[in-house]
Every structure is written in C-alpha cells, then in structure tokens.
Design a protein around this ligand. Sequence first.
Ligand code: ATP
Length: 199
Amino acid sequence: MKLKSIQIAGFKSFADKTIINFQKGLTGIVGPNGSGKSNVIEAVRWALGEQSAKSLRGKKMKDVIFSGSKYRHPLNRAEVSLIFDNSTHFLDSDYSEVKITRTYYRNGESIYSINDKECLLRDINNLFMDTGLGEGSLSIISQGNVDDILDDDVEKRRSIIETAAGVYRYKKQKNESKKKLEETQFNLDRISDITSEIK
Ligand code: ATP
C-alpha cells in the first residue's frame, strides 16, 4: 500500500483544489513558516477520520474549513481525498486503487466515501485497522506527540505497543464478541425465567 496522492480543497490554508502526487524519492515537504506543511499532514489525518478538532489545532471541527483571507471569502466546504496504490491488495478491497474522501460542511454535515461510494466512518476505520494508518495510528506523529507518548501511563503505553504490533484489531473483536455473549446470556436467562413461570 502506498499513498499516491492527496487532493485538498477548502481545507485550512488550501482554498483552491490542490493535488500533491507523492512520487518515488519524495522524503519531505519544505517551505517557509506558516506555508501549510503541517496542514498537509493534518489533511491526511483528517481524511482518515480524525475526530478531535483539538488535535488538528482547532476548537471546533468547522475550523478545518478555509476561513477566508484578505482577498478571499471563507468557504463552506472542506474536502480531502487520499488515493492509495492497492495493487498488492494490502487493503482489504478489490480495487487496485483505493480513494477515500471526507467532506465537511459548515452546517456540520459530514460525508465519507470509499472509491466515490458513500460510506460510514466505521467502514474507513475498518479498512485501515492494523494497517499502520488507521484510528490512533502511529505512522503520523505530530509535533509534541513524542513527549506525550513518553509521559503516558503504563496502560496507555501498552495500548500504543499493541496498536503497533497489530493486536488491537483482535482485542476489539474479542471485546465485541464478549459483549454479544453477555447479551445472549441475558436473553437466555430471561427465557428461562419466562418458561419457569409458564410451567
Ligand atoms: P511551520 O513551519 O511554522 O510549522 P507550516 O508550514 O507547518 O508552518 P501550517 O501550520 O501548516 O504551516 O499552516 C499554518 C497556516 O495555515 C497559517 O497561516 C494559518 O492562518 C493557516 N490556516 C489554518 N487554518 C486555516 C483556515 N481554517 N483557513 C485559512 N487558513 C488557515
């Protein structure tokens, strides 16, 4: 799996549609202070489903939408697409190219899609789970995050290691199964109560 390109429109400082192709050999993005380097990385995290406005350096989610400048009006919509080369089918998808898109409107409406087909955030989380790029991924370490990781308590650090080792998916599935078992047991107990009442 390789991130081939990113399309950004109306996201933070990127008012106009901007396409960045990540060609072979690209190792970094350089530019003057405030030119939008971090915004590119945040666009990646945001498209992958980041829900915390604070971790995107904003107060509310609508802060990701271009807020206007001296020469331009604010926009009403932010949209970011990530296009992945999936020719090895590393991502669990039949497509050899996977495009995920997140669109957000100032009125709070939010749309996610995979290969231009509308989906739920959960579908995107599932697609990237344990690939190294999913929810809570360690592939992207923001400025200041290193200190946070070192300062975290033992449990939190353990969950970081579990995520990196790829066992998080199984832990999540185990907990879901446990919950279903408990619900089933509850239903069984209820049936047992009812049958004994009928007898
Ligand atoms: P540095 O090298 O200092 O870390 P950088 O190149 O990483 O800077 P960013 O932090 O990505 O720059 O971009 C900051 C710029 O993005 C600021 O000029 C800020 O005004 C602009 N910006 C952030 N959010 C928005 C928004 N919603 N609308 C318009 N511009 C925005």
